[in-house]
Design a protein around this ligand. Structure first.
Ligand code: SF4
Length: 421
């Protein structure tokens, strides 16, 4: 593979067919020794691609500075967002790129063990990783594959470490970040699968090459999962800073959707006025948005933003780990208010008022960011779909009531499921 600033980088090769080790070496070359890897990652400006976008080098340096032996690197390929399938696509294409990055990071922090976590429900990905691990010849690190059950919060890094310790996917309260997570006594570094693959390429080509794509503040490329107003859900690799509408077009999605849910189910809705925003941290932050784990859901014209938001909020409430009051009780109440609003009943104006108060009382009070994400998503919906909200609170029948829902939401238990009235 050349060092040119072209795409694809991570998805070079045949998408959907995992490269065997010899093919991988032919495509990317062997992983070199990288004594100054963390400096190179710092210079590259690589940030985590799992959602939080924390600087990769800084996070690794905190774990490297821990004394003692037995450090563990965890590759997080849990992919808890229902609309995300980028890590699965990457592993189904270039699994050894992810594993190379894990080896490079493990060496950099002084870890001799690497745990790869893939949701057991994703059997195809589990098989790909198992076969790739069997092909590895590294003797410097010992790999182990772990398969926690899939659920939304199971991919949150402290929940994943909790599962690796005790087989419980519960997030842990962390007053300061970065915090050292541990498996037993061993300090742990958790990095997303895509992040590891970028590390593998930076180890080969360097920081300047990585910065050949993207913007100065948001360098490099990233994977996005595009769903919604599109014939077939698609994963694309794009340069950071690419306008949202260009990404929709490249994915084969409707370039004129009514709105886009960006960043995931705890992300933000963007209305038609912002479809040309560059997908980069510095352009999205002023809109209160972020790329998160690269989820882009295009809502077609004619769909009802209130109803779609309700379905997502209801499912997110169901996915709470139910260990914090604002999340366990606040999110179902938030979803219930949205339900009253979506049904255009006489109680809709009061429900709308309560929504604002509830959002304020929930925000910032959970052990993890799950409830904050739901609040952000609901607030952005009330803003972007203000016209729909107004119709619903005035009791007007929803124009989209006969349409099928757009956003993919896993089925809830029958008694909890929302009738699409
Ligand atoms: S905020 Fe919600 S999801 Fe997060 S730990 Fe608390 S109950 Fe669990």
């Amino acid at each position: 593979m050349s060092g040119r600033a072209t795409l694809p980088r991570l998805l070079a090769g045949t998408v959907g067919r995992p490269a065997r080790l010899p093919e991988h070496h032919e495509r990317f070359g062997a992983l070199p020794a990288t004594p100054g890897l963390l400096d190179e990652l710092e210079a590259a400006g690589l940030t985590g691609r799992g959602g939080a976008a924390f600087p990769t080098a800084r996070k690794a340096a905190v774990v490297r500075s821990q004394r003692g032996h037995g450090k563990i690197l965890v590759v997080n390929a849990m992919e808890g967002e229902p609309a995300a399938h980028k890590d699965r696509t990457l592993l189904a294409t270039n699994p050894h790129l992810v594993l190379d990055g894990a080896v490079a990071l493990a060496r950099a922090i002084g870890a001799a063990r690497v745990a790869v976590a893939v949701a057991r429900d994703e059997q195809a990905t589990v098989s790909v990783v198992r076969r790739a691990l069997a092909e590895r010849t590294d003797r410097t690190v010992a790999f182990a594959l772990h398969t926690p059950p899939w659920r939304y919060v199971a991919g949150e890094e402290s929940a994943l470490v909790h599962w690796l310790n005790d087989h419980e996917s519960l997030p842990q309260y962390r007053p300061r970040r970065p915090t050292i997570l541990r498996i037993g006594h061993a300090p742990v570094l958790v990095d997303n699968a895509e992040t590891c693959a970028h590390v593998a390429l930076i180890a080969r080509h360097g920081a300047a090459w990585f910065r050949g794509l993207g913007t100065a503040a948001s360098p490099g490329s990233t994977l996005v999962s595009v769903t919604g107003a599109i014939a077939r859900p698609t994963v694309l690799e794009m340069a950071l800073g690419t306008p949202l509408r260009s990404v929709l077009r490249a994915a084969g999605a409707d370039p004129e959707p009514a709105a886009v849910l960006l960043g995931g189910y705890g992300g933000s809705w963007l209305g038609a006025a912002h479809l040309d925003v560059p997908l980069a941290h510095e352009s999205l932050a002023p809109l209160g948005a972020a790329l998160g784990a690269g989820v882009i859901v295009a809502l077609p014209a004619g769909a009802c933003g209130v109803r779609e938001t309700l379905r997502v909020a209801r499912w997110m409430a169901h996915e709470s780990a139910r260990q914090c009051g604002p999340c366990a009780f606040g999110l179902p109440a938030l979803a219930e208010d949205l339900h009253v609003l979506a049904r255009s009943t006489p109680g809709a104006p009061a429900a709308l008022e309560r929504l604002g108060r509830r959002a304020t009382s929930i925000e910032g009070r959970g052990a993890c960011r799950h409830p904050d994400g739901v609040v952000r998503m609901v607030r952005s919906a009330l803003d972007v779909f203000a016209a729909h909200v107004d119709e619903h609170q005035r009791g007007a029948p929803c124009a989209a009531r006969a349409q099928r829902p757009v956003i993919a939401v896993p089925a809830l238990e029958p008694e909890e499921d929302l009738a699409w009235e």
